[in-house]
Design a protein around this ligand. Structure first.
Ligand code: SF4
Length: 337
């Protein structure tokens, strides 16, 4: 059986006075929570440096303190990496508790306000929950068109449902983070400013060394959507499935080698070498026999993945490759494939 405060106490994170009380307390148990949070964030920086796993389970107090430390540090790439490591912990724990009984997952859902039921190994979940959380998960198993849907309910395997729950967990984390005040974080950590500045400095030093190489391909000619995806990935944001697909198929069409593409995808906070290699090889036709093209602008627009702003060329084209080709043509550097 699991407790109603499953893994993360979101209410505690939002209680500024309680966090201040713990961080600045002399009680040994509270001091050890502060140490645990520092150790964890140093681990996130180490993981960023050497790309090795760092995803241990944290105590509830240490987790809440770490979130406030991240608010103080205010580096989106570091916050994303923290969220991803804890997302993996969350998934691991869901798998563990469900080995005893699938009802344990339903118990968690009840405490998190998610309407779901289970019948044997099939989970019944609301349509809304599915489409809110499937966007960043790659693979046909998470596309709506492949789902069994009846009267607003979608039927999923345990594995599929756990993947959706972990995305929901990250979303909840980022929502709470967005409501945390930077001013409150400075006040809470008034005695620890030097230690937090040191973690931030270490992170920024590693970040400045991680430069992206695009090989022969000219970034300056890329359309705003592709530039945005690359920037988001470099800053540690997890791209939506369609944005990843668009980026890989665009770069392939623009002439980038699979090797350079994989070097770029290493910047994704949830990078996994075997999965990334499979996806890139699939999109570029190495294993599928089909070289996929990027989607049209209208598709990207309807998925909120168009970042045209007031770019005049975007207003005249219908496909991201048209943008790239038009730019190359106007620079006199154009060779049609
Ligand atoms: S108009 Fe097309 S090329 Fe331009 S940003 Fe939007 S999706 Fe990309």
């Amino acid at each position: 059986m699991i407790t109603s405060n499953f893994f993360v106490d979101f209410k505690l994170i939002e209680n500024v006075d309680a966090i201040d009380g713990i961080v600045n307390s002399l009680v040994p148990e509270n001091r050890s929570s502060v140490r645990e949070a520092f150790e964890y964030l140093n681990g996130v920086v180490r993981k960023y440096a050497d790309n090795e796993g760092y995803n241990i389970t944290m105590g509830k107090n240490a987790f809440a303190i770490a979130m406030w430390m991240l608010r103080y540090i205010n580096e989106p790439g570091m916050t994303s990496r923290f969220a991803i490591t804890q997302r993996d912990v969350f998934e691991r724990e869901l798998n563990r508790i469900s080995k005893e009984d699938n009802e344990n997952i339903i118990f968690y859902c009840d405490s998190a306000g998610i309407e779901a039921t289970v019948d044997g190994n099939t989970f019944h979940i609301p349509f809304d929950f599915f489409i809110k959380n499937n966007k960043k998960i790659s693979g046909f198993k998470y596309r709506l068109v492949y789902q069994k849907l009846s009267r607003g309910t979608i039927y999923l395997s345990k594995n599929q449902f756990i993947h959706l729950l972990r995305e929901d967990f990250v979303q909840k984390l980022m929502d709470v983070y967005s409501r945390m005040g930077p001013g409150d974080s400075q006040n809470i950590f008034r005695k620890f400013i030097g230690d937090l500045e040191k973690i931030k400095k270490d992170f920024l030093e590693i970040k400045s060394k991680n430069t992206i190489s695009l090989g022969e391909v000219d970034f300056t000619m890329f359309p705003p959507c592709i530039k945005t995806y690359i920037t988001q990935m470099r800053d540690g944001e997890n791209l939506a499935h369609l944005a990843r697909f668009t980026l890989a198929s665009f770069l392939h069409s623009a002439g980038m080698s699979n090797e350079n593409m994989l070097n770029l995808f290493k910047f994704a906070p949830d990078y996994k070498e075997d999965l990334a290699t499979y996806q890139v090889n699939h999109i570029t036709g190495v294993i599928s026999g089909t070289e996929y093209s990027p989607p049209k602008c209208s598709t990207l627009r309807s998925n909120h993945l168009c970042y045209m702003g007031d770019d005049p060329l975007c207003a005249r084209i219908k496909h991201p490759m048209q943008y790239y080709e038009a730019k190359k043509k106007s620079s006199g550097n154009y060779r049609k494939k």
